[in-house]
Design a protein around this ligand. Structure first.
Ligand code: ASP
Length: 256
């Protein structure tokens, strides 16, 4: 929730805008003890989609709830949520991106935007993987998706095995990058399967190698933790900020 509230990332307050200048977010959480999961998609006007994903996991027998259903769940479950709407900063960015796209594309209708390659432009999904001293792993992710996406588009951050996965038998994984690519490779499930016999770093590297081989560079990144508590990070983009904290650390350590 802190990262959603910061406004710095493409999630919660800082979420990107759809082609219709609206905010529509996806978020998910998964518990490796029993592979229970909760996903929300097309979340509108709510500051912390990850809280609602948790409600789906813990208080319903469903796995995914989207659109207006999420707002109904917030009411039913009495979840405390703030309201958000597009701010001036995100509107400015929207017009900037649209202007640049128009320069590059002759046809200016909405569908021509959809044909654009969104690789490595204005990403910034937030995610976390964690392990406790009993070896229980978990994964959580929250995003605004892609800038200028069509309304109704749901990405990897709401799809189990795509943008996140957690299973005590292997480990936990969380991804960022081009959701359409990540989903098609079931990348986080692949990373967890790799962790059945490899450490987190090797599994992360292999997952990103598969992504790069299939879809090229600048397509994504992944963070992982294996069941022995080793962390892994890999990405084929220029940068991907990562931080870590353990119960012994007083402060978050910025890793890259
Ligand atoms: N993976 C997200 C999506 O496609 C975007 C991102 O990672 O920034 O929805």
């Amino acid at each position: 929730t802190r990262m959603e509230d910061s406004g710095v990332f493409n999630a919660g307050k800082g979420a990107c805008l759809t082609i219709d200048k609206k905010i529509e977010m996806d978020a998910s959480i998964m518990d490796g003890r029993d592979i229970s999961a909760g996903c929300v998609g097309m979340v509108k006007g709510i500051s912390n989609p990850i809280k609602l994903a948790r409600q789906v996991m813990e208080r319903t027998d469903h796995v995914m709830i989207v659109s207006d259903g999420v707002n109904k769940l917030a009411k039913l479950s009495n979840t405390h949520i703030g309201r958000i709407s597009p701010n001036q900063q995100s509107l400015n960015k929207y017009y900037d991106i649209k202007r640049n796209m128009k320069k590059r594309w002759k046809k200016n209708n909405d569908l021509s935007f959809m044909a654009l390659d969104h690789n490595n432009r204005h990403l910034g999904t937030v995610g976390a993987v964690a392990i406790d001293k009993e070896g229980n792993v978990a994964s959580g992710v929250s995003t605004g998706g892609k800038w200028l996406k069509m309304s109704g588009r749901i990405g990897d951050s709401a799809v189990i095995g795509g943008g996140f996965y957690a299973d005590n038998k292997s480990g936990a994984a969380c991804a960022t990058g081009n959701g359409e690519y990540i989903m098609r490779l079931c990348m986080c499930k692949y990373a967890c399967d790799q962790m059945q016999s490899n450490n987190a770093l090797l599994s992360s590297n292999r997952s990103i190698a598969v992504l790069t081989k299939q879809f090229g560079k600048n397509t994504g990144g992944i963070i992982t933790v294996d069941r022995k508590g080793r962390f892994g990070v890999a990405y084929n983009t220029h940068t991907m900020p990562v931080a870590s904290i353990t119960s012994k650390d007083e402060k978050v350590k910025i890793a890259s």
